[in-house]
Design a protein around this ligand. Structure first.
Ligand SMILES: [Ca+2]
Length: 542
């Protein structure tokens, strides 16, 4: 372990040349204190703003390991082990007094890559059927925020039952982090689950998984994980491309912050690998635990008020800024208590940089700060989105219910029929507003009684129910062609009815329908006989 080891600031996503702290006036920036550094970008040398937190590091360099029971490490007295796969292969010797044959706990944290691997090993299960229980406690005496998966590599078969536990109060109380078993129901009366079963709402659930306990058959499966990154991905997306979303959640949700925060870890080994349902009582030296490596990646928790953490006198402590103090920068310095202490922000609000209020769900990478409102809005939302966070769909588009908010296909075009709909907008389920007589989600169909003709036109006549009357003929279903003297939509009205004087007057079109008078009848008869006699005579008669 190295003394005076400083973890210097490196924002994960920037190439930092030079770091500095800056305190913005409260009026402009709320209570946020930010860190900034100079970076080279397309626009030349600019300031990059970031959360104030130490760089993530390999935290196994700074821990203290305790085993319980204390004499559980093999080699005192010396012991010979047999292979789990082959009870006749017994060439694994453990002797605490010989360096080459000893397997002390420190070998779980040394640098691997050497051949052969170095590992800690427990005594064998000689007291079977009494359970072979081992607690391995890792203590930092400092709050740590985990940033990567915890990975244990076993040199023995992976345990058939184990629990990973955490403490947030330096080992006073413990909570389970994850249960591991070949049979979760049998071991812990829990339904087996995997991290893939978790959602944003169940992220804090403690699960039992069978993913990391199955057998020595697959000899390459040596690791047991606690999946931090898969849990981050529930907010930050599968490739963690939207860390702003995760940071936004962390900023506002203490439970979530605490979930990834620890002071201690405890690995409780409850039952070693047996490779079978029955334990071979005649050869108990086949059963033991051996761990070659434990990875714990994280950073000092400094409540976002420090960008470095110092390891001094075997203790980590934050180098607090923003007039804060304490091992985690958890309180205000003396004479700086005019404002109540609060944690800093993962996403500070400097002008024009990404921050919590600049969440754009991946549809924009530019934000603009509006001083008047003290807020930041996304600029040029892509993928047909709009809104402060590009969280809404542009007019003429609606929300794709099966896509996440950061999906490129989150907004679908309304596609309203231009003739049948009032405008190109639709409601949240894609339904357009239809003109009279039109129906269907996109207003592309006609209601009964209407006929499509660049939109739905009222259907006036047809050959079945809506017949044109009085000898009228139906033209293209939209109008009746009425004979002279008739009018109305279906030629149902006599024209005279709508004329001055109605149908009763002498000049009305009704005249020729009145019974002919006697003199006129005679005249007609006469005319008929003349016509029968010959055309040449009829002028003389007249
Ligand atoms: Ca090792």
């Amino acid at each position: 372990m190295r003394f005076h080891f400083a973890l210097t600031l490196q924002a994960l996503w920037t190439g930092v040349c030079q770091a500095a702290m800056q305190h913005y006036p409260a009026a402009a920036w709320g209570h946020y204190d930010v860190c900034k550094s100079q970076v080279y970008s397309d626009e030349g040398l600019t300031w990059d703003y970031m959360a104030c937190q130490p760089e993530a590091a390999d935290m196994t360099q700074y821990l203290k390991v305790t085993l319980d029971p204390p004499n559980i490490t093999c080699g005192d007295p010396p012991e010979t082990y047999c292979a789990l796969e082959n009870p006749y292969m017994c060439n694994n010797e453990c002797d605490a007094t010989t360096e080459e044959l000893a397997h002390p706990p420190g070998l779980m944290f040394d640098t691997e890559g050497r051949n052969p691997t170095t590992f800690w090993q427990s005594t064998s299960w000689k007291k079977y059927p009494k359970p072979l229980l081992v607690n391995i406690t890792l203590s930092w005496n400092k709050t740590i925020e985990l940033t990567e998966d915890i990975v244990l590599t076993f040199e023995s078969g992976r345990p058939e039952q184990m629990v990973l536990e955490k403490s947030l109060d330096y080992g006073k109380t413990w909570q389970p982090y994850q249960f591991y078993a070949t049979d979760c129901l049998d071991a812990f009366t829990m339904e087996p689950k995997t991290v893939q079963d978790l959602t944003q709402h169940t992220l804090l659930d403690i699960i039992c998984t069978e993913d990391y306990s199955r057998g020595y058959v697959w000899k390459n499966d040596k690791t047991v994980r606690f999946e931090i990154k898969d849990r981050f991905a529930l907010f930050a997306g599968p490739r963690l491309h939207n860390m702003a979303s995760l940071y936004g959640q962390l900023d506002t949700t203490k439970k979530l912050r605490d979930f990834f925060t620890i002071t201690d870890l405890r690995i409780r080994l409850l039952r070693p690998a047996t490779g079978a349902t029955m334990v071979d009582e005649n050869n108990l030296s086949r059963y033991f635990y051996a761990i070659s490596d434990i990875k714990v990646q994280g950073r000092c928790k400094c409540n976002l008020h420090a960008n470095s953490c110092v390891y001094d006198k075997e203790k980590l402590s934050c180098e607090c800024e923003h007039n804060t103090t304490g091992p985690d920068c958890g309180r205000c310095k003396r004479n700086y208590q005019g404002r109540a202490w609060s944690a800093g922000s993962y996403l500070p609000i400097p002008k024009g940089t990404a921050n919590i209020y600049c969440e754009c769900f991946g549809h924009s990478n530019r934000c603009s700060y509006i001083e008047l409102l003290n807020t930041v809005i996304c600029v040029s939302c892509k993928h047909n989105t709009r809104g402060q966070h590009c969280q809404l769909c542009k007019l003429g588009y609606y929300r794709n219910a099966s896509a996440e908010l950061d999906d490129e296909n989150v907004c679908i075009e309304c596609n309203c029929n231009p003739y049948g709909s009032v405008n190109d907008r639709c409601n949240g389920t894609g339904f357009c507003i239809c003109k009279e007589g039109t129906t269907g989600p996109k207003c592309q169909e006609c209601l009964p009684g209407y006929l499509w003709d660049n939109g739905c036109k009222s259907r006036v006549c047809d050959n079945e129910l809506l017949r044109c009357q009085n000898g009228g003929t139906c033209i293209s279903n939209v109008r009746c062609n009425c004979p002279t003297g008739y009018t109305g939509l279906l030629c149902e009205k006599r024209r005279c009815e709508s004329e001055l004087g109605g149908c009763g007057g002498p000049d009305s079109g009704q005249a020729h329908l009145t019974p002919p008078s006697t003199s006129r009848l005679l005249l007609l008869l006469l005319l008929g006989s003349v016509l029968l006699r010959g055309v040449s005579c009829w002028p003389a008669v007249l």
